[in-house]
Design a protein around this ligand. Structure first.
Ligand code: AHM
Length: 340
C-alpha cells in the first residue's frame, strides 16, 4: 500500500471527540449517573467559548483592563473577567456544580445543593501575556461536594489527593485541552472549523528525565541559597550528567507546564523574598497541575513535599511549585534537603 494511504498509528484516535471520550469513561464506571460526564462536558463548552473570544480579542475590543483590581491585588483584564463569567454561568446551568472557586472571585459561589461537584479554576492563566499574543490558558480541577444540605466555602478546601478530574486548556498556536479523570492523561486538539476537540495525544507520559528547566531567573537575587545552588548546577557543564539543561520560560503556567509535561524537564516557581509562600495558587493552579503530572508519571512538589498532600487553609493559598520529570524533580528535592 502506498505509505500516504496507510492509516495513522492510532486508528482508534481518529474521530474520537472529547465528548465521546468523556461519555465512554462514564460507561466504563459502574454506578455512574452521567452527572460527572455532563459536568466535564460543560467545562469543555466553556473552554470553547473562551477560545473564540481569545482568538478575536484584538478585534472585539477585549484587550486591556476593566479598571478593577481582583482579590490578588492585580488589575483585571477584560478577558479574565469574561472567562470567569463564562465558566460560572455554564457551570451553574449544568445543574451538577454545587460550588465554584475561582482566581477571580474573593469568595466561592454557591449554586445550590443539587450539584454533586465543586470546580476550582483559574479562568485565564498568564494574564500578563494576553495583550502580546503569547499562549494563555484555563486551568481547572473537580472535587466532590461534601454531602449535606448547606454548601460553604469550606467545601472547596480539600487536599489535592481528593481531586476526581483536572485539566488545562492552552490557547496557543492551536487550542488544546489535556484532561485526566484519574486514568492517565489524554490530550485533545480543537478543530476550530468543526468546533470539536479531537483526541490527539492519547495516554500522555511525562518523560522520566528532560533537558530543559523553566524558572523566572529574574528572581535570582531573591532566592535562598539552596535554589541558587540548584540553579547553578542545572546550567553547569557536565557531559556525564547531561548538563547543562536548556532554559525555557514563557511566563504562563499553562504553557510552561504543557511543554514540560510533553517534553519532560522541570518547571519551578519557588518561594522567594518577594513571595515567601510562592506565587502560584494551590487550589486552582498547583493542585490541577500536580494531579496531571502524577497521572502522566511525573512528579509535583513544593520543593520537598508532595503538592497533592497539602491541606489548604484558604481559597487563595499560595505554594511554591516544582513540577516535571520524576528524576528532575527528585534532583531539585535533593538540593532542597541539602543532599547535594
Ligand atoms: P496570573 O494568574 O496573574 O496570570 O499569574 C500566574 C502566572 C503564571 O501563569 C506564571 O507561571 C507566573 O504567573 C509567572 O510569574 P512571573 O511573571 O513572576 O514569572
Amino acid at each position: 500500500m502506498n505509505d500516504s494511504l496507510k492509516p495513522p498509528p492510532f486508528p482508534s484516535v481518529v474521530g474520537t471527540t472529547l465528548e465521546a471520550h468523556i461519555w465512554a469513561g462514564m460507561r466504563g464506571t459502574p454506578g455512574a449517573t452521567g452527572e460527572f460526564a455532563s459536568l466535564l462536558n460543560s467545562v469543555t463548552l466553556a473552554v470553547r467559548i473562551i477560545h473564540t473570544r481569545v482568538r478575536a480579542a484584538g478585534l472585539a475590543g477585549m484587550l486591556g483592563y476593566t479598571g478593577e483590581i481582583n482579590v490578588q491585588g492585580e488589575e483585571v483584564q477584560k478577558l479574565d473577567a469574561f472567562a470567569n463569567e463564562v465558566l460560572c454561568t455554564v457551570l451553574e446551568r449544568s445543574g451538577h456544580c454545587a460550588i465554584v472557586a475561582s482566581e477571580e472571585l474573593e469568595q466561592v459561589k454557591v449554586f445550590g445543593r443539587s450539584g454533586k461537584y465543586i470546580v476550582c479554576f483559574d479562568p485565564l492563566d498568564g494574564s500578563s501575556n494576553i495583550d502580546v499574543n503569547i499562549s494563555i490558558g484555563t486551568i481547572f480541577c473537580v472535587l466532590r461536594a461534601p454531602s449535606g444540605d448547606v454548601q460553604t466555602a469550606a467545601g472547596a478546601l480539600q487536599a489535592g489527593h481528593e481531586i476526581v478530574a483536572a485539566g488545562y486548556a492552552v490557547y496557543g498556536s492551536a487550542t488544546t485541552l489535556f484532561l485526566s479523570t484519574g486514568h492517565g492523561v489524554h490530550g485533545f486538539t480543537l478543530d476550530p472549523g468543526v468546533g470539536e476537540f479531537f483526541l490527539s495525544h492519547p495516554d500522555v507520559k511525562c518523560p522520566e528525565r528532560g533537558n530543559t528547566y523553566s524558572i523566572n531567573e529574574g528572581n535570582f537575587a531573591r532566592w535562598d541559597d539552596k535554589v541558587k545552588k540548584w540553579n547553578g548546577w542545572i546550567k553547569s557543564e557536565s557531559k556525564e550528567h547531561g548538563l547543562p539543561y536548556g532554559h525555557r520560560y514563557v511566563g504562563s503556567l499553562v504553557a510552561d507546564a504543557h511543554r514540560t509535561l510533553v517534553k519532560g524537564g522541570i518547571f519551578a516557581y519557588p518561594a522567594d523574598r518577594k513571595s515567601p509562600s510562592g506565587k502560584l495558587r494551590l487550589l486552582y493552579e498547583a493542585n490541577p497541575m500536580a494531579f496531571l503530572f502524577e497521572q502522566a508519571g511525573g512528579m509535583a512538589t513544593s520543593g520537598v513535599d508532595r503538592i497533592l498532600d497539602i491541606e489548604p487553609r484558604g481559597l487563595h493559598d499560595r505554594t511554591p511549585l516544582v513540577i516535571g520529570s520524576k528524576l528532575d524533580v527528585e534532583a531539585y528535592r535533593d538540593f532542597m534537603l541539602g543532599r547535594r
